[in-house]
Design a protein around this ligand. Structure first.
Ligand code: TRP
Length: 341
């Protein structure tokens, strides 16, 4: 076995429908970039742009989001000589594997997928005659495409949010079924990695920061806009001079996700001493701005140079396909689709 194949393979995808925000950075991007620097790990990070089509039929948005997410990861220092960084849609082996897996995946398994069940429940709650109203095959089969993403590279570990654990279990199930049916050890059983130590950030309204709540602070907004958004973060009506509880405060939570332990302890003391909300907001803004200024500059430069990003992603896809293509050949043979001679 080569040295590369002995490494732990860590893989994760980012659905390209949104603009990266502070919550994405703290919860996913930062830990992923850190993990990719571990020499015992081979990481595979990709733009899940085929998944994007499930939720978003606005081509402009999909296009923009792909560019923004790629530029964000590069600006934050992802080392693409080390990590394999690619677009899902540049690896045609993935949709082909999706089909093979669809043909061994029980429909009943997909009936139980959370995203599908939630869509059905919504239809039922709305009193729709057809419980499947507006549900596409893309949404229904979403976990199979995700299984193909993971199994294509025989990932050992898949860092995800809690809501994705079920999909990793389905990938294990589907891969196991393929191994059993075609009598071989084709697929490794992937494991979900959910890191509870990384913070989930709250958004402007105090709920979890999420694109679907429209309460996000984009990572690389201009300075002025950043200040404006920080000023919008919901606080309570306590006056300056009154002691405040840092542990239930969104401002403090975001601050501590970016600051050092000492800085966080210092701000905690100021909360107890009754810092005013205006002042606390200034503190948060200054800290964010200071830390984001350099990557923001790199980000803006990258956004001006899509040709460079394209090159980086194509190189990533080439590396990904160098693994995917021979493996898919083997799988084609396994199912009876190999060449005659
Ligand atoms: N479905 C994941 C999400 O919405 C994104 C994703 C697509 C993914 N394929 C993946 C994550 C494979 C991990 C592994 O967050």
């Amino acid at each position: 076995m080569s040295a590369a194949s002995q490494k732990t393979r860590v893989l994760t995808g980012i659905t390209t429908t949104g603009t990266p925000h502070l919550g994405n950075y703290v919860g996913a991007i930062k830990p992923a970039i850190a993990a990719s620097q571990d020499p015992t790990v081979q990481s595979y990070y990709f733009l899940a742009d085929l998944h994007a089509l499930i939720k978003c039929q606005d081509p402009q948005r999909v296009r923009e989001s792909r560019l923004e997410i790629a530029a964000t990861w590069l600006a934050l220092g992802l080392d693409t000589d080390n990590a394999i960084f690619y677009r899902q849609s540049d690896v045609p082996e993935i949709p082909e594997l999706t089909w093979m897996l669809s043909c061994v995946c029980a429909k009943g398994l997909m009936n139980r997928a959370h995203a599908y069940k939630a869509a059905v429940a919504e239809n039922e709650a709305a009193g729709n005659q057809d419980p499947d109203k507006g549900i596409t095959m893309g949404l229904f089969g979403y976990p199979v495409l995700m299984a193909a993403d993971i199994l294509m590279f025989n990932a050992h570990k898949v860092p995800v949010g809690r809501d994705q654990i079920q999909h990793i279990e389905m990938a294990r199930d589907i891969g196991g079924r393929f191994n059993h049916l075609y009598k071989g050890d084709y697929f490794t059983q992937p494991e979900a990695v959910v890191d509870d130590s990384v913070a989930t950030l709250n958004g402007l309204d105090g709920r979890k920061m999420s694109k679907s709540y429209n309460n996000t602070i984009p990572l690389f907004v201009a300075e002025k806009k950043l200040l404006k958004l920080v000023r919008k973060i919901k606080t309570n009506s306590l006056e300056p001079g009154e002691p405040k509880d840092p542990d239930t405060c969104t401002l403090f939570q975001i601050y501590s996700a970016f600051a050092t332990a000492e800085e966080t302890a210092a701000l905690r003391a100021e909360y107890e001493a009754g810092i005013g909300w205006g002042e606390a907001k200034n503190r948060l803004f200054e800290s964010l701005d200071e830390q984001l200024r350099e990557p923001r500059e790199r980000y803006l430069a990258l956004m001006e140079d899509p040709g460079h990003i394209e090159q980086v992603l194509l190189k990533g896809a080439e590396r990904a396909r160098a693994e995917a293509a021979p493996f898919l050949d083997r799988l084609r043979q396994a199912v009876g689709l190999g060449r005659f001679a």
